[in-house]
Ligand binder design. Structure first.
Ligand code: SF4
Length: 218
């Protein structure tokens, strides 16, 4: 394997993309290990609580070749914690794939290749992590990118609405609002969005509808 770049990966799997503008497409997911945040509602704690192996970029690309038509999503954990993510993203693009990067909003997007669809998770107050967000990232986004707010309460919603308005986020990228469904019903969030006539998209986790109760590899 020599000196080839390696990255620590929690899991790789093939599934349906569930929560972006690409929702519904077959997708190869590369879930990076480790995270610098600890969101109250985190459903991927195994990404940072368990031990995970190193993979070379060549090994990941070889696995990807099993799924020739798939888009690719690099997610976590938090993928931008590992410098090896950048050459991996370049190689995925060079392989002709549509590449999505989901990042937790706390780390700079400066070095992410522009052709990658950047999905920036905005952590609302209910996550306990909202003060970690890097608002400078807003100016690095373009219309193909997405800003995703996951919310569990009216307070979260109000915080997100204020940010969308203050920064004109709907003019920078697609803005999506998603409910933490154990705390906020999709119908309630839909009503709020309609009442306020917001320029945002309601987003549900498609994979939780297809595979209710499944907690990994979807
Ligand atoms: S950023 Fe994602 S992986 Fe990290 S703690 Fe929050 S929900 Fe979990």
């Amino acid at each position: 394997m020599g000196s080839e770049t390696q990255v620590k990966i929690a899991e790789q799997f093939y599934s349906i993309q569930g929560e972006s503008s690409f929702a519904g497409y077959p997708c190869f997911f590369i879930r990076f290990a480790d995270c610098n945040l600890r969101c109250t509602y985190c459903d991927t704690r195994y990404a940072y609580e368990d031990d995970h192996p190193l993979f070379s970029i060549s090994q990941i690309l070889a696995e990807l070749q099993k799924y020739p038509g798939a888009i690719v999503e690099v997610t976590g954990g938090e993928p931008l914690l590992q410098k090896g993510v950048y050459p991996l993203l370049e190689k995925l693009l060079a392989a002709g794939r549509t590449v999505l990067l989901e990042t937790n909003g706390s780390l700079s997007l400066t070095d992410v290749p522009r052709d990658v669809v950047r999905i920036m998770d905005m952590k609302c107050p209910g996550s306990g992590m909202h003060e970690q967000m890097d608002f400078d990232n807003f100016d690095l986004l373009d219309p193909k990118d997405e800003i995703k707010f996951v919310m569990g309460s009216r307070d979260d919603y109000n915080w997100a609405v204020q940010l969308v308005s203050a920064y004109g986020l709907q003019n920078k990228a697609t803005v999506t609002f998603s409910p933490v469904t154990s705390k906020l019903s999709p119908a309630t969030l839909a009503d709020w969005i309609l009442e306020d006539n917001l320029p945002v998209r309601l987003r549900l986790q498609l994979h939780t509808i297809i595979w209710p109760g499944k907690t990994k590899g979807y």
